[in-house]
Design a binder for this molecule. Structure first.
Ligand SMILES: C[C@H](O)[C@H](O)[C@H]1CNC2=NC(N)=NC(=O)C2=N1
Length: 103
């Protein structure tokens, strides 16, 4: 089953996002309130790209794709659900997975 068949995720309000971020070290709500962000730092490019590869496989499976910017060992991530115009439970799930994938 694909994500689109599961229905549209609903936008989380500020309080719900803050509660979720309490369990996500380093993640913050972007100033405009429509995305959660984190800058990951790895040992080198190989570690960074391994992380991105693990995340990419999940992202495509759940049809929820991160916005990210990579230079060498840096991966700056922006998560939001454009279909919903803000942060949803999908973004929280993705952030939790990224924490695991970062090791
Ligand atoms: C048509 C397709 O299912 C949508 O565009 C999906 C794809 N990946 C997505 N990724 C993210 N981050 N947000 C979305 O709203 C989204 N929508």
């Amino acid at each position: 089953m694909t994500q689109s068949q599961l229905g549209r995720p609903t936008k989380l309000d500020k309080e719900a996002i803050a509660a979720s971020l309490a369990g996500l070290p380093g993640w913050t709500l972007r100033a405009d309130g429509t995305a959660i962000v984190k800058g990951f730092r790895f040992k080198d490019f190989n570690e960074a790209f391994g992380f991105m590869t693990r995340v990419a496989l999940l992202a495509d499976r759940i049809d929820h794709h991160p916005e990210w910017f990579n230079v060498y060992n840096r991966v700056d991530v922006v998560l939001n659900t454009h279909d919903a115009g803000g942060v949803t439970s999908l973004d929280i799930q993705m952030a939790l997975f990224m924490e695991q994938a970062a090791g």
